[in-house]
Design a protein around this ligand. Structure first.
Ligand SMILES: *[C@@H]1O[C@H](CO)[C@@H](O)[C@H](O)[C@H]1NC(C)=O
Ligand SMILES: *[C@@H]1O[C@H](CO)[C@@H](O)[C@H](O)[C@H]1NC(C)=O
Ligand SMILES: CC(=O)N[C@H]1CO[C@H](CO)[C@@H](O)[C@@H]1O
Length: 310
């Protein structure tokens, strides 16, 4: 099965060859109605529900899991709005919209699997924590669960937007002005200023239970059957890439990395991740390439087969 990946793609842009693919048997919802568990996808920054990369992935899922319903999240009235909202709409509002959308979709009422690309990964985790609605497996590919500290490269087609974003982040990611306007500021995490991050972050510090320890978040996240995190070992987009496995710079500095298991969040179990780890529900999967670069074969074998097709 041939798959080719173009080099040099940025946050959430990837091209993947549509494979002829093995037909993965679906054990799935068969007890209920004989159809496979539906899949909800959330794209990343500078991407949209139905652009080339995401569209092809949706095709791959549909051609490899017979009869599966796939819902690719679109925020806004059309693809242009969806693209712009990936930069400029409050993440909390986006999550709220997705919660409403999932709860009003009759095809998603018997549970679903979720797969998020890059920032779509941590946004879907917020969905799991705030309105799980029967989410079974959550897969995040290059998600930034502990945020980012740096915006190294931008997706193609986003150069102008990115220059503007950099200026905003430089001006002060944690000012109310920027927090309210910029998606990426809402998961900005300056490990040199943990206190400021906790008090100002409108999104990430909240879903990570850094401030209020919301028992509902912890309870809901643990409802997942599996929480699968893929880290790209040659990631040149996400700093630090350990964030893709829920680790980060150790508090108070920006060089040394502390893994998830080494963090207070884990050790005091603010989110139930330690309990999930002990129950074998956390999967830390390495992928060899750069951000969101993988082959169809890898995707089918490592992700679709084990986590999306039953
Ligand atoms: C949910 O998403 C679908 C597909 O993008 C869209 O057609 C529909 O209008 C959305 N529904 C709500 C309630 O947002
Ligand atoms: C905890 O999260 C739930 C679900 O989003 C929300 O309804 C509730 O208001 C939150 N509680 C606190 C104390 O923030
Ligand atoms: C929170 C925590 O356990 N931090 C530890 C992570 O690992 C470093 C180095 O091994 C320790 O110094 C920290 O105390």
């Amino acid at each position: 099965m041939a798959a080719s990946i173009s080099k040099g793609f940025a946050l959430c842009y990837f091209f993947i060859a549509v494979s002829q693919g093995v037909l993965l048997r679906s054990k799935s919802n068969s007890e209920r109605d004989g159809t496979p568990t539906p899949i909800v996808m959330w794209h990343g920054m500078g991407d949209s529900c139905c652009a080339r990369g995401i569209g092809r992935l949706q095709q791959i899922l549909q051609s490899n899991i017979a009869g599966v319903y796939v819902h690719s999240i679109e925020i806004g009235a059309n693809e242009q709005e969806d693209f712009a909202n990936s930069y400029f709409m409050s993440v909390n509002k986006q999550v709220e919209q997705v919660c409403r959308n999932i709860s009003s979709n009759p095809l998603l009422q018997n549970g679903y699997h979720a797969i998020g690309f890059s920032q779509g990964g941590q946004f879907l985790r917020a969905v799991a924590q705030r309105c799980p609605m029967g989410m079974r497996n959550l897969v995040t590919l290059g998600g930034q669960h502990q945020g980012v500290f740096g915006l190294p490269r931008c997706p193609p087609g986003s150069a102008v937007i990115c220059t503007y974003i950099r200026q905003l982040l430089d001006k002060g990611a944690m000012t109310d002005f920027v927090q309210e306007r910029l998606v990426q500021a809402q998961y900005w995490h300056d490990s040199l200023k943990e206190e400021e991050y906790r008090s100002k972050s409108l999104f990430l510090a909240d879903i990570n239970n850094e401030v209020t320890k919301n028992a509902t978040y912890k309870e809901n996240l643990q409802k997942l059957e599996n929480f699968v995190m893929v880290k790209f070992l040659k990631d040149s987009m996400v700093y630090p890439d350990e964030s893709e496995w829920f680790g980060y710079y150790c508090p108070g500095q920006a060089t040394e990395i502390c893994s998830l298991r080494n963090s207070t969040l884990y050790q005091e179990d603010w989110l139930g991740l330690k309990a999930m780890d002990q129950a074998g529900k956390l999967k830390f999967i390495p992928a060899a390439g750069d951000h969101l670069q993988f082959t169809t074969e890898w995707f089918l074998k490592t992700i679709v087969g084990p986590y999306l097709s039953s």
